[in-house]
Ligand binder design. Structure first.
Ligand SMILES: Nc1ncnc2c1ncn2[C@@H]1O[C@H](COP(=O)(O)OP(=O)(O)OP(=O)(O)O)[C@@H](O)[C@H]1O
Length: 307
């Protein structure tokens, strides 16, 4: 059983701070590293796998520093985001090359075992250039697993993979976690994390924003204040009526395009959705349009960082 520990880790590139004072522990089982594009996920994974040196702080695996530590590298497997550069090799050749780089005593047997582990045996003797995206991901996974590492790090493994292959890959990662491995994968999609991650770490703008099981993260996201734009037959009367609602935190009447609209900030989406039709009907107002204003994942994440 292995544990990765980040202690006040930062990493900057010139004056860009990609990872900002992050402390977290990643233990056995499957952990999802969730964050929007540019949040610092790839940089964190590069730091965890020893490809990058922290600019500040320490990054350890079971108490040993990761950076420039060959003994630690032997216990880590990395599935990078980028495509395999040697697509002219067969899956078997690609995996075996890694087995040889690790100087395994029986590279052929280790290759066979890794290919079986990811269910790629049937296609192992075809060149990687003929593989689907999901198969290429599995070839990278086999190569990362060939030396049987305790820790497996995967950068956006589900990106561009079709739904069937995605399920397959999810099952594989779940199995790795059940075997007692420490598995961490990054994603910018909440639903991907939901299916398999026992634990979720959220990063936004290089900072550690939240940590917990999926339910806790989901609650943090849905309990945030939400903004809506409403257009109706009488916006002024609607704005006045909305002010009295307990689920409404703020109301303003705006005229951005000459025609009016009501901007509402609500604290409880469910209550607001139930109250609005009744309220409009009793005031004789027709609601023409109701649009969430800040539903982007970025805004959800930004809220998490501020809270
Ligand atoms: N080599 C580099 N030189 C300069 N800036 C970099 C470098 N690598 C990453 N960055 C910057 O660091 C920040 C974090 O990037 P990173 O790739 O780690 O994020 P990410 O969460 O993995 O994003 P994505 O999902 O888009 O890959 C971004 O602002 C990025 O532009």
């Amino acid at each position: 059983m292995s544990e990765l520990v980040l202690d006040s880790v930062s990493r900057w590139y010139g004056n860009v701070v990609a990872v900002n004072d992050v402390s977290m522990r990643i233990g056995p089982g499957v952990t999802g590293l969730l964050g929007p594009n540019g949040a610092g996920k790839s940089t964190l994974i590069a730091l965890m796998s020893g490809f990058l040196e922290p600019s500040a702080g320490t990054m350890t695996l079971d108490g040993e520093r990761v950076w420039r530590n060959v003994e630690v590298y032997r216990r880590l497997g990395l599935v990078p985001e980028r495509e395999v550069s040697f697509a002219y090799l067969t899956g078997r050749q690609f995996v075996q090359a890694n087995a040889e780089l690790h100087k395994l005593s029986e590279p052929r047997a280790a290759t066979q075992r890794a290919l079986e582990e990811v269910d790629l045996e049937g296609a192992a003797d075809r060149t990687i250039s003929t593989y689907s995206k999901g198969m290429r991901q599995r070839a990278k996974l086999a190569s990362a697993l060939v030396h049987e590492p305790q820790v497996l790090l995967l950068d956006e493994p589900f990106n561009g993979v079709d739904p069937r292959q995605r399920m397959h890959l999810m099952k594989l990662l779940t199995r790795m976690g059940e075997q007692g491995r420490t598995v961490l994968f990054s994603s910018h999609i909440l639903e991907e994390v939901e299916h398999i991650a026992r634990h979720v770490e959220v990063v936004v703008s290089g900072r550690h924003a939240a940590s917990g099981d999926f339910g806790a993260i989901r609650r943090l996201m849905t309990d945030r204040p939400t903004r809506y734009t409403v257009r109706s037959s009488d916006d002024r009367a609607l704005a006045a009526a909305l002010m009295g609602q307990p689920s409404v935190r703020g109301v303003s009447l705006e005229t951005p395009t000459g025609t009016s609209e009501v901007h509402v900030e609500v604290t409880d989406m469910g209550d607001f959705a139930r109250a609005l039709p009744t309220l409009a009907r009793s005031a004789g107002i027709t609601v023409r349009d109701l649009t969430p204003t800040d539903e982007s994942l970025e805004s959800v994440f930004t809220y998490l960082v501020q809270s």
